[in-house]
Design a protein around this ligand. Structure first.
Ligand code: PMP
Length: 288
């Protein structure tokens, strides 16, 4: 496996960063998870734009131009002979001293890993997941804006640990007001009274690229939809529920906090959006 690290493609064993890297010491950095389908990188421009926005929000300078980073992503895929892949693009604050001060880190560390990923077994896409709401609340935007896709995932990891102890693979996280924000690595959708709903970003979720894609697909399929706040009650009384993310894609949810959602099987809106999404991933993207 070849890793792109600070401008060179190196063997996995040589792809190492300093123990003084602030990405490691403090989670100071930003990242993207991107997918390639059949030789095309899906929504690459959107992922690079979000990476640059995340970096700008934390005053982190990415030490290469957007075109050059795009070319590096494509080079990494080619070097690994991958046409279907999950790409992890990471920019850390770089090497500094043991203090927090980012000014002590002169250059960012940049690396790209291209690998394969299977988040959930194929049968779960057919049968649907059971998930649970957890007590760990999403960090409020006044503390850290959840739109920043940072390396600091401890809030999400604490929620994941709760999900693990409850015996479910994913957690629904609420904001401080008790409204649904998102999952630990996915956005949440419900279908209630025939309308497709997802929480507004102001409720504390990442502005997911798969979420945006699903909203675009709903528009083109004339599925009534809105960005609207909801609480667990609306999930319990919904007809359908599903999660979206680059790694998870669209995964149906059939049980929340032990309550079956709708009839307890993936619903027609979820199936329709999934089919359109799959079709889109085969059609669109930047060629490798
Ligand atoms: N929320 C969180 C916390 C995430 O980390 C992610 C990405 N894994 C998402 C939502 C989904 O975003 P996207 O569709 O852009 O992958």
């Amino acid at each position: 496996m070849k890793i792109w690290l600070n401008g060179s493609l190196v063997a996995k064993e040589q792809a190492v960063v300093s123990v003084f890297d602030h990405g490691l010491l403090y989670g100071d950095g930003v990242f993207e998870g991107i997918r390639a389908y059949d030789g095309r990188v899906f929504k690459l421009g959107e992922h690079l734009a979000r990476l640059w926005n995340s970096a700008r929000a934390i005053m982190l300078e990415i030490p290469l131009a957007r075109d050059a980073l795009q070319a590096a992503v494509l080079d990494t895929l080619r070097a690994n002979g991958l046409r279907d892949a999950y790409i992890r693009l990471v920019v850390t604050r770089g090497t500094g001293d043991l203090g927090l001060d980012p000014r002590k880190c002169p250059t960012a560390t940049v690396f790209i890993i291209a690998d394969t990923i299977t988040l959930y077994a194929a049968e779960l896409y057919e049968r649907g997941l059971a998930v649970a709401t957890v007590s760990t609340r999403r960090i409020p935007a006044v503390a850290v804006d959840p739109r920043i896709k940072s390396l600091n995932y401890l809030n999400n990891i604490l929620a994941k640990i709760e999900a693990n102890t409850l015996g479910v693979p994913e957690a629904i996280m609420l904001n401080l007001e008790g409204r649904v924000a998102e999952c630990t690595g996915d956005n949440v959708f419900i279908v209630r009274r025939g309308r497709l709903l997802t929480p507004p970003i102001a409720d504390g979720g990442l502005e997911g690229i798969t979420r945006d894609t699903v909203l675009d697909l709903a528009r083109s399929l004339a599925i009534p939809h809105a960005e609207e706040s909801f609480t667990p009650y609306e999930i319990y009384t919904a007809e359908e529920c599903f999660l979206t993310g680059t790694a998870a894609e669209i995964i149906p949810v059939v049980k929340v906090d032990t309550r079956p959602i709708g009839p307890g099987t993936p619903g027609p809106v979820t199936r329709r959006l999934t089919a359109s999404f799959r079709e889109m991933t085969r059609r669109e993207g930047v060629p490798v």
